[in-house]
Design a protein around this ligand. Structure first.
Ligand SMILES: [Zn+2]
Length: 313
């Protein structure tokens, strides 16, 4: 059985979600690996087109293999926001367990045709496919969408039937990046739409993109030490975790790792102005990655948010 299938079956049984962390360098990879070993928790490691450009797919593959060899739990390698059949095919040919084909910006019929083409190739190679219907706003690497278009539950059923896609990214009010919502507004997820989608396609695991909570303490630290991350607002994990009860089985995290690393390094430069060995501050950044990863795994996969209490802020 495909590794992603195994993982989603497990998550379904436990009524939890698997965290998908975006990776593009060794420090993030090692930081996450430490968290997975500490908590004995599985995860998805995903790479975007931007990560492939920055790191190189050969380096990423080697990093993933090394992480896997050093982890006692299941790791799944996934392509995030594949934008063409060719990119998905390349990842499938190079041993990815799972790919996302994002045709959400296309008209419905074209999204169906593109997704089905990827599904046909992927399934012939025992690879999982995530599709997307509806548009999730915000900016993430090559993805730049001004306004959300919520996923239509009836269309979602038609999309899954016509494409045979394995899991579906839905748009219910999350957003990519750190600038998710207007300051002063109350960000809200459309649980009513999510419930309708889950009822329409109960056997399809749902995916939340743009699900970083924009952890306030890191935004504060960045701004305190010379950064200018203004107006960054997210949704707390406690709120996002409610989506798990309505069929969300994969929760994507990228921005929170970026914010945490930046906060750590900015503060380090301020506190230790004489240090110029990158290993000194990257080691601290790695520890912060582990802390953020553990926090997400506790909320979404282990679901022991009781024991977290009123944490962090
Ligand atoms: Zn995304």
């Amino acid at each position: 059985m495909n590794k992603m299938q195994t993982l989603f079956n497990w998550a379904q049984q436990k009524n939890c979600a698997i965290v998908a962390f975006n990776i593009s360098n060794m420090e993030v990879m090692k930081g996450i690996t430490a968290a997975l070993n500490n908590l004995q928790c599985p995860a998805i490691l995903q790479v975007s087109a931007g990560a492939r450009r920055y790191t190189g797919s050969d380096y990423l593959r080697a990093l993933f293999n090394t992480a896997q060899a050093n982890t006692q739990t299941t790791l799944v390698l996934h392509l995030d926001h594949g934008d063409s059949f060719e990119l998905c095919k390349d990842c499938i040919d190079h041993g990815f367990d799972s790919v996302m084909i994002d045709g959400s910006h296309l008209p419905f019929a074209e999204n169906v045709a593109l997704t089905k083409k990827v599904v046909d190739y992927a399934h012939a190679h025992d690879v999982w496919v995530e599709g997307e219907l509806g548009e999730i706003c915000g900016i993430e690497d090559a993805v730049n969408v001004a306004h959300s278009k919520y996923t239509d539950p009836a269309k979602a059923r038609e999309f899954v039937q016509k494409t045979g896609v394995d899991s579906l990214a839905v748009s219910i009010g999350t957003a990519h990046g750190a600038y998710k919502y207007a300051v002063g507004s109350t960000p809200a997820l459309r649980y009513d739409i999510l419930k309708q989608i889950h009822a329409a396609i109960p056997d399809t695991p749902l995916v939340l993109h743009g699900a970083s909570s924009v952890i306030p303490e890191y935004v504060t630290t960045i701004n305190q030490f010379g950064g200018q991350i203004k107006d960054a607002v997210g949704i707390h994990e406690r709120e996002l975790a409610r989506a798990i009860d309505d069929g969300v089985r994969k929760i994507n995290i990228d921005s929170d790792l970026r914010l945490a690393i930046t906060a750590t390094i900015r503060q380090y430069f301020h506190d230790q102005p004489a240090v110029f060995d990158p290993r000194s501050y990257l080691k601290e950044a790695m520890k912060t990655v582990t802390a953020v990863a553990e926090r997400k795994l506790k909320y979404y996969t282990l679901r022991n948010d009781q024991s977290l209490g009123q944490d962090h802020h």
